[in-house]
Design a protein around this ligand. Sequence first.
Ligand SMILES: Cc1cc2nc3c(=O)[nH]c(=O)nc-3n(C[C@H](O)[C@H](O)[C@H](O)COP(=O)(O)OP(=O)(O)OC[C@H]3O[C@@H](n4cnc5c(N)ncnc54)[C@H](O)[C@@H]3O)c2cc1C
Length: 380
Amino acid sequence: MNLPSVQFTKEQEEFRVEVRTFLQRELQKGTFQTKCDSWLSGSDPAFSKLIAEQGWIGLTWPKEYGGAERSSIDRYILTEEFLAIGAPVAAHWFADRQTGPLLLRFGTEFQKKLFLPKIVKGECFFAIGLSEPNSGSDLASVRTKAEKVEGGWIVNGAKTWTSNAQDAHFMITLVRTEPVSEKKHHGLSQLIVDLKSEGVTIAPIRYLTGEHHFNDVFFDNVFVADDMVVGAIGNGWAQGLAELAFERSGPERILSTFPLLNETIEELKRRQDINGLAHAAKLVAELWSLRNLSIGVAKVLEEGGEVGVPAALVKSVGTKFEQKIPEVVRMLLDVYPHLQAERDLDRFLAESTLHAPGFTIRGGTSEVLYGIIAKGVLAR
Ligand SMILES: Cc1cc2nc3c(=O)[nH]c(=O)nc-3n(C[C@H](O)[C@H](O)[C@H](O)COP(=O)(O)OP(=O)(O)OC[C@H]3O[C@@H](n4cnc5c(N)ncnc54)[C@H](O)[C@@H]3O)c2cc1C
């Protein structure tokens, strides 16, 4: 990997302080409660609206669509601060991270003008409709189909594990617009489905914690107008791959359990447990290295470079790291994990332990990523 190292500018350090101060103040006011894995399971539309009021959604997007035209490093700093404090940013996460960049790259002018300003205002959330009951890693086998009718498409099928569909207004949905041929990556397209449309049913799938975070989404003769096709019909596979680069390498693949690590270090300091702190220091050193890789990928992405392999690497190593934190904490401290515990440490451990199995599955399983890395290295 040949990733650049990034030095933050004075302005960027000041921006970090501004974001951190705001979040600390809101935490103290009781606007939110710190939570592990908050970027995916902490959905709070009112909090997303508050973030939008600061101008912090669509930070890198063009001003003509409501964005702030700031750098991807600024956005990296912003998301790092959200994750470090465990703020409930899940409602707008996909729209900000994925849908906006997708529409900027492949969307029509009509779509950009319709959706981007609403996303920026925290008034429009998106879900990601890729996985199906029999298609996960092997996404090209999706069977949800869209058939051409006058003025649009009729969609039938089902998506599963759809995060936050219950709060989302629309879903970028990968569908088959041509029958399966020998080249199964062909004939796929991306449609923007209005989740309030007639024929859409959203059914919760409960987490191990009992929380309602993801869903089954069923389509029964759902009409989608022609102007809701993203990019070109038949180009869905290539467009989806471009989206995955934004999905895989961000700080959310390293920091999902950071509130637990942070609280553990505070507790070890209170106890003056030098041995425990030495173990925690190893985790911090690992985190620092992963973070540098992740920031390097963000920089290359901003410059339009190819990041498929490094993004897969960061995701596979980063998510194993996130999973390791609750394992190590259990050995270091006498914690009593409970989701309703009063002590943060106990609650964070319960959240981290119960959410951790999903870290190496969501966004592409580790095994699939190893395949991408191996093929990428062999192709050099
Ligand atoms: C918390 C969470 C949130 C999610 N949110 C969303 C969402 O919002 N939208 C969405 O579309 N999906 C979402 N998903 C689904 C996720 O993308 C899929 O679960 C994932 O891609 C794996 O697909 P699968 O579950 O069908 O498993 P499978 O693909 O059936 O895999 C089963 C096992 O086989 C292994 N395997 C499969 N293929 C290979 C291969 N080629 N080589 C080696 N091993 C292989 C896998 O690594 C895995 O261990 C979410 C999942 C989780 C856990």
